[in-house]
Ligand binder design. Structure first.
Ligand code: GLU
Length: 397
């Protein structure tokens, strides 16, 4: 049924009709509902650290509440948080940016939504390396623009090449979306990779770059995190770098993301945000100040623990006949190929529903622009991961 065929008042906009619901969120909701109905479900569907939010962050949230810090703040975030975010950009990503060129939003997702909605017109093209995070293409479609997939594969480390980028850029290209370390494959671009992509972008001054660095602290390869605004400083005036505290500090429920970029773009995003949520939650902002300004050393310990889990889960998955996964360089997901088994199901969604029947919630590869497989998040404790992998093995035996 198209919007015009919908009866009476039952009518959704053409823009909404163009998009699908978030399949990561949908599977998580389904797992929550099944658990509420008494089913024993292990959810490896959504990407969120299982570690508790650090005590000093929780204390800051409680103190904000007690201080009646419960009112509207500036739309783009409190001065304290924008300054703390500027420290984060400088210290953790190497990006020197004043607080005025930073906007705080309700999660990195909202920053990305606002950046794309504020800049895209029908007919614009957005280049997205695939496999991609579920929401990138849907936001682009909602804005009425075209998704141009840049297909990558395991053999190439799931990274796009400069030649591929050059061939894909056209007169209508508005954005290139980069996500390193990437969700769902862990693809991680080195400084040399980014310099080579930058050389192409330099020849196409009409293209903006959205660099989603939300997983920067979760990189398992040696060396420093590389990001395009630093590797190619001359391109920085057209780069928006998205970050946050959700994945790094186990604060997914607080919904705080940050974005740093050129003044015109931050202003445009703020204009849209002023009619959307307005400011992000005042209490969450106080908590995020503590996250950025407080101790950071424990993040290294968390990263090491994720690395141990990654190695354990990759080995266990690769031992299951018909499944294979490369070792991800970053983030906390495995993109698992199940092509030899897919014939037993209608498609990867059928496979995922079969796994759900066996008590494990995962997300189908097609949700990420992939095929014949599924994604798991390994941000769960060892016992749960072991049980989940055992259930997957049993379900596919
Ligand atoms: N980014 C996370 C994931 O891919 C959180 C859920 C979402 O917003 O998609 O699982």
């Amino acid at each position: 049924m198209t919007p015009s065929e919908m009866p009476g008042a039952e009518h959704v906009s053409a823009a909404l009709f163009r998009i699908a619901p978030s399949r990561t969120n949908a599977m998580t909701d389904r797992a929550i509902a099944l658990r509420a109905a008494g089913r024993d479900i292990i959810s490896l569907s959504v990407g969120e650290p299982d570690f508790p939010t650090p005590d000093h962050v929780k204390a800051a949230a409680k103190a904000a509440l007690d201080a009646n810090d419960t009112r509207y703040t500036a739309v783009a975030g409190t001065q304290a948080l924008r300054e703390a975010a500027a420290l984060h950009y400088r210290r953790d990503l190497g990006i020197d940016v004043p607080p005025e060129r930073i906007i705080v939003s309700a999660g990195g997702k909202q920053s990305i939504f606002h950046a794309l909605m504020a800049t895209l017109d029908p007919g614009d093209d957005v280049l997205i390396p695939a496999p991609w995070w579920v929401s990138y293409p849907e936001i682009v479609r909602f804005a009425g623009a075209n998704v141009v997939p840049l297909q990558t594969d395991a053999a190439g480390g799931f990274r796009i090449t400069p030649e591929q980028l050059d061939a894909a850029i056209g007169p209508n290209t508005r954005w290139l979306l980069l996500n390193s370390p990437g969700n769902p494959t862990g693809a991680t671009y080195s400084a040399a990779d980014l310099a080579a992509l930058g050389a192409v972008l330099r020849r196409h001054p009409h293209v903006l770059v959205l660099s989603d660095d939300i997983y920067a602290p979760l990189r398992y390869t040696p060396g420093d995190h590389a990001t395009i605004a630093v590797v190619c400083p001359d391109l920085a005036p057209r780069v928006l770098t998205v970050s946050g505290v959700s994945k790094s500090h186990a604060m997914t429920g607080f919904r705080i993301g940050v974005a740093a970029g050129p003044e015109w773009l931050i202003r445009a995003m703020g204009k849209l945000q002023s009619h959307n949520s307005g400011n992000p939650c005042s209490i969450s902002q106080a908590a995020a100040v503590a996250a950025f300004n407080g101790p950071q050393e424990f993040l290294l310990d968390w990263r090491d623990r994720f690395r141990v889990r990654r190695d354990r889960v990759v080995a266990a998955i690769n031992a299951i006949p018909g499944l294979s996964t490369p070792v991800p360089d970053g983030a906390f997901y495995c993109m698992i190929d199940a092509a030899p088994l897919i014939g037993r199901f209608t498609d990867d969604e059928g496979l995922v529903m079969h796994l759900l029947d066996h008590g494990v919630a995962v997300v189908a590869a097609s949700a990420f622009g992939g095929r014949d497989g599924f994604r798991i998040s390994f941000a769960a404790d060892d016992t749960l991961l072991d049980r989940a992998v055992a259930r997957i093995a049993e379900a596919l035996a």
